[in-house]
Design a protein around this ligand. Structure first.
Ligand code: PLP
Length: 831
């Protein structure tokens, strides 16, 4: 196809997509290497087939059973035809997914008399690598040259079976590996001692695979059919008949694979002899999935005519995407994308490269952007992509230059697939993968590039976008700031409760009284529920009724009327009789932000029913016993700390060293906290919020309410402060606050995620304020708003000693690093 033909084809795909993929409305889907989507006609065709035919379990004489058997035989044939494989030469074995196909081959080799030698290519998927654990000897080939070298060398004659496995296409960066290796291995090892296993799971969703020459074909090919068609969830193992004897040694037999089994007194069985699939398909076949495959193959042909078309179209798109990403530059000329392409592959050449681009992002000073941040923005902008280790350990390690010791070290330091620590010791530990499929279009490519431009291409250095740093504000004896509002969040992730004006609210080292004392835990997993997954939690409205001594929980908006009772009350006192017995499973520890905390669940079925009905998920209310209550659990500790960009500002202090610790080390090290995420108290500034909202509105976006930041303390300028004198983001430099008569330490800026985009009135997701925050408040690739805070206890042995408290309207005096010594009481506390 020439350029014009590609554009015409693209147009046709756009129209087809309107019709066939209604679920894609408003989203940009770039995760075809993970899960391809199914077209509407496929589901319609399949359901019509299901409701008009009666399919019975095979192997009985009924018509329904005979129909099933006949159809299954048909589908096996159709699948082979898709790959031009002659049924004389090949046989299809249905399996649950590609991994199960790999394991079936592994079973056969593990059961060989002398075990087996296993070789696999560096680009292998995790599922291929796992086979080595059962091999007597194994080798990972780090380069293509090593493979070619090994093929040339004579095979060692040790009477051991040998299996060489590799992916036809890397699931990491889409590189397509040479398909002629199988034929060369067979030619070189004419003794028939080395078998080949081709993992075609990633390849065939966007490329044909030609098995017409059985002499050249791999002995075993595994496929993920859902990656080709989106549906059904089924895999296949295609076996070359002349290599089928490799399975003779497989010891296990499942239902349906044997003619006879004797198990009393004598142990004997006879395997089915007619066909390989009869011997390998353990248990009942997934018959409805196989019927669906019939529809899938038919509909795919109707929509796309052939895999060759899909291949040409996706290659064209990928070449464009690659070119665009490779040419992105920051304002200062620094390149934006580090792309991990193989030297042996070329975008635009379908033989060496599939439609996947794997990369990481640089900021304009050459540092790395955290992929956790990319994921958050992608989520609110509705881009589907994948980040992390991508189930391809060898490819990741070689592309990112991670030595085994570094991976061990990162693992020990807490790095896990999918967590936020994705840049360790200055190196990324994962990457971003965007992949295209049959129904991708040029629009997808364009909108993804526009997304990167919007959020990750810096036209001028970020520091210039940050608020002015050195504006000297004289420390005055009369404070310009006050506490505008106070909120507590009695149930983690549910709505906040506003402390009534005039009410003195107690403050503890763990935070404000009644803040995050409760949480909801999933009945199955024991994990604490969060708004990120259950946005409707914003509509659960707890309030603290000190007069009656109860926590009152009501519902708002959409949740009204979803429960039998409109409201429930729970005593504030932690009466042990309310809680489920220690012995029962419900008392499982709740997992909060990766830490295990011993939360006690309420045993009242009425309480559980209230929350379960409201959210539509089976959960219990749980209580986190107050720290120091002698309940024998260890409290969680604050992980908040000054962020690098805040420390860098200490540069202003004459003589301070760039990364030096603050002059005053801080007294709140490792504060105990309850269920709040990182620190005892979160403080935000009204003028910072105003600044943020001005920017959002200037772009036509929806202004954010203070509630979305889930702050405890909102600090605002006094009403008589002239408008021009607002001081947004001054809190970045605050180290201590005096609020009323109490002192608080600022522990560092609070890192944000897309949870701030959930409207706390409607529980709907928006792209703001995260989108604007990401453009204006990103430091070292992370997005910050608000400050972690903790109360600094004062030793007071006088008889007037009272519990420290905070009240709406209290005067607020901030102290920057260089101002601490100006307050003698503060200096004596921390100096
Ligand atoms: C997805 C994939 C697999 C695993 O497939 P499952 O069907 O999930 O078992 C294996 N190899 C490659 C190359 C893949 O892309």
């Amino acid at each position: 196809m020439d350029e014009a033909a590609h554009i015409t084809y693209n147009k046709a795909v756009e129209e087809l997509r309107e019709r066939e993929y209604p679920m894609l409305q408003g989203t940009t889907y770039l995760d075809h290497a993970g899960t391809t989507l199914y077209p509407k006609s496929l589901i319609e065709r399949f359901s019509a087939d299901m409701v008009s035919n009666l399919y019975g379990n095979p192997h009985s004489a009924s018509n329904a059973s005979q129909l099933t058997t006949r159809r299954i035989e048909d589908v096996r044939l159709q699948l082979l035809e898709l790959f031009s494989a002659d049924p004389e030469d090949f046989e299809v074995v249905f399996v649950a997914n590609a991994t199960t196909g790999i394991k079936l081959v592994m079973d056969a080799f593990r059961d060989q008399e002398n075990g087996f030698w296993y070789g696999y290519h560096r680009d292998a998927h995790t599922s291929l690598i796992g086979v080595r654990e059962t091999a007597t000897e194994h080798r990972c080939f780090a380069t293509d040259a090593e493979v070619v070298d090994w093929i040339r060398q004579p095979t060692q004659q040790d009477g051991r079976a040998r299996l060489f496995a590799y992916p036809a296409q890397s699931n990491m960066n889409g590189r397509r590996l040479p398909l002629d290796w199988t034929q060369r291995i067979r030619a070189a090892n004419d003794k028939g001692a080395t078998y080949t296993l081709l993992d075609a799971a990633a390849l065939v969703s966007t490329s044909p695979l030609d098995l017409s020459n059985a002499d050249h074909a791999p002995d075993f090919v595994v496929l993920s059919l859902y990656k080709m068609f989106g549906f059904p969830d089924l895999g296949a193992l295609i076996v070359r008949r002349s290599s089928a004897h490799a399975f003779d040694k497989r010891r296990y037999f499942g239902g349906g694979t044997v003619e006879m089994v004797v198990c009393l007194k004598e142990q004997w069985h006879a395997k089915k002899a007619d066909s390989l699939h009869e011997r390998l398909e353990d248990g009942t076949l997934p018959i409805h999935s196989i019927m669906a495959l019939d529809s899938a193959i038919t509909v795919h042909k109707e929509l796309y005519s052939s895999l060759e078309h899909v291949s040409q179209h996706t290659s064209f798109l990928a070449a464009k995407l690659y070119k665009e990403l490779a040419s992105l530059r920051h304002g200062n000329g620094q390149k934006v994308c580090q792309i991990y392409a193989d030297l042996a592959s070329y975008y635009g050449d379908a033989a060496t490269q599939g439609p996947i681009v794997a990369f990481n992002l640089h900021n304009d000073s050459g540092g790395w952007v955290s992929n956790a941040e990319v994921e958050k923005l992608a989520a609110i902008k509705d881009f589907h992509l994948r980040t992390g280790g991508l189930c391809n350990p060898g490819g990741i390690a070689s592309s990112l230059g991670l030595a085994p010791w570094e991976m061990h070290e990162n693992f020990s330091a807490g790095q896990r697939c999918g967590n936020e620590n994705d840049i360790m010791r200055g190196k990324p530990t994962g990457m971003i993968r965007v992949s295209l499929g049959a129904m991708s279009t040029l629009k997808d490519v364009d909108s993804f590039v526009a997304f990167l431009r919007e959020f990750f291409v810096q036209s001028k250095p970020l520091s210039a976008m940050a608020p002015a740093l050195c504006e000297e504000v004289e420390l005055s004896s009369t404070s310009r700031l006050h506490v505008e509002s106070l909120s507590v969040y009695p149930i983690k992730s549910c709505a906040g409760f506003s402390v009534p004006p005039g009410q003195a609210w107690e403050v503890y080292p763990e935070g404000l009284a009644w803040d995050r004392e409760w949480c909801l835990v999933h009945q199955g997993t024991g994990a604490a529920l969060s708004q990120k997954r259950y946005p409707k939690m914003a509509l659960i409205r707890p309030s603290i009724d000190l007069a009656k001594g109860v926590l009152r929980v009501g519902l708002a908006g959409l949740l009204k009327g979803t429960t039998a009772a409109d409201e429930i009350t729970v005593p504030l006192s932690a009466d042990p009789r309310l809680f489920a017995d220690n012995a029962v499973y419900r008392n499982a520890s709740a997992k909060v932000c990766g830490d295990f905390v011993q939360a006690k669940t309420y045993k009242s079925s009425q309480i559980s029913a209230f929350f379960s009905q409201a959210l539509g998920v089976a959960c219990h209310l749980a209580r986190f016993p107050a720290a120091g209550s002698g309940s024998g659990f260890s409290p969680r500790h604050s992980k908040a700390h000054l962020q690098k960009y805040q420390r860098a500002r200490s540069l202003r202090i004459p003589g301070a060293y760039p990364d030096a610790a603050p002059v005053v080390p801080g007294v709140c090290v490792s504060k105990p906290i309850l269920l709040s995420n990182e620190s005892p108290i979160l403080t935000i500034s009204r003028s910072s919020l105003n600044r943020l909202n001005e920017l959002i509105k200037a772009d036509g976006g929806k202004a954010a309410q203070a509630e979305v930041f889930r702050a405890n303390i909102v600090v605002a300028e006094n009403p008589d402060c002239p408008p021009g004198l607002e001081d947004p983001y001054a809190e970045d430099d605050w180290r201590y606050l005096r609020i009323g008569e109490q002192y608080y330490e600022m522990l560092g800026a609070c890192r944000r995620c897309q949870m701030v985009c959930i409207d706390q009135q409607s529980a709907e997701r928006d792209e703001e304020p995260f989108s604007t925050l990401a453009k204006t408040r990103r430091f070292d690739g992370r997005v910050y708003f608000g400050e972690h805070t903790c109360h600094v206890p004062v030793e007071d042995s006088s008889i007037f000693k009272q519990n420290p408290s905070i009240t709406v309207g209290d005067a607020v005096q901030p102290y920057r690093e260089d101002e601490i010594s100006q307050d003698s009481r503060l200096w004596s506390l921390v100096g």
